[in-house]
Write a protein that binds this ligand. Sequence first.
Ligand code: G1P
Length: 288
Amino acid sequence: MKAHTAVIPAAGLGTRFYPVTKAVPKELLPIFDVPALQLVMDEAIGAGCDHIVLVSSRNKPGLENYVTPNPLINSKLRDQGRHDIADRLARIGSDVRVSITYQDSPRGLGHAVGCAREVVGDEPFALLLPDELRGDSGLLSLLIASCEATGQSAIELKRVPMEEVSAYGVVSVAPGAPVEGPFEITDVVEKPKMEDAPSDLIILGRYVLTADIFEEIDKLQPHPNGELQLTDALLSQSLRTPVLGHLTTTQRWDTGTPLGWLEAVLDAALARPEIAPQLKAWLQTRLG
Ligand code: G1P
């Protein structure tokens, strides 16, 4: 079965962006002039998803406002000639259904995904962490096709220098796979110390998961910090049916920190032909 639902966990407090996130959800911070959430939804829609599940918090009403259709604003955008963004907004709530579910306390990624269970139903689904942005829908399309062809969960992996592994989930893979993958995952450790990490292959923010992940989430035991980790559920799932890891080649921005966000903003502006020449000239002046 082909995954057509995209789950976007967006209930986090965004404390790294305080004080702005006291009032504005992190997912709505603009990447130049389009909110990160819109870019992540565009990516999911581009990969064929027609149902978006936003796992939100009741303290973040801005997210709900954002996905509520507003035909008046769309027609104003068209009057201004901004057809591209008007088209992208118009899909939300028409061609693409949006469901909102709430995670009432920040209890980890495993818990956030579990909150989407009822609206996802008994079918495979995509999971997109909105702190990470991608240049296009290619990687997600590949994960969806992999899951459809094999009936196994498919996740994104990247090789990184060992000094970077402890910020991520790190996997072990079965021997014998081609260097470019895909890999059968045999072990997963969440944020290990560098010396304990099983490899240099980290999990990134795009997953396509089969519905039995929810049974594994139900069985999760909290970590000492009280969080339920998705990586623990992935490990239990992989012991029953191998989870496949695909090396990513898609361009990626990590917008989880203010500096990463700024890099994404600058790249987005530099990619716009009507802005880039002026921005480059200004940057050259600033950089002397
Ligand atoms: C989460 C996952 C981790 C994964 C990472 C990718 O961690 O728990 O396994 O490697 O996303 O960005 P977080 O960054 O939410 O702490």
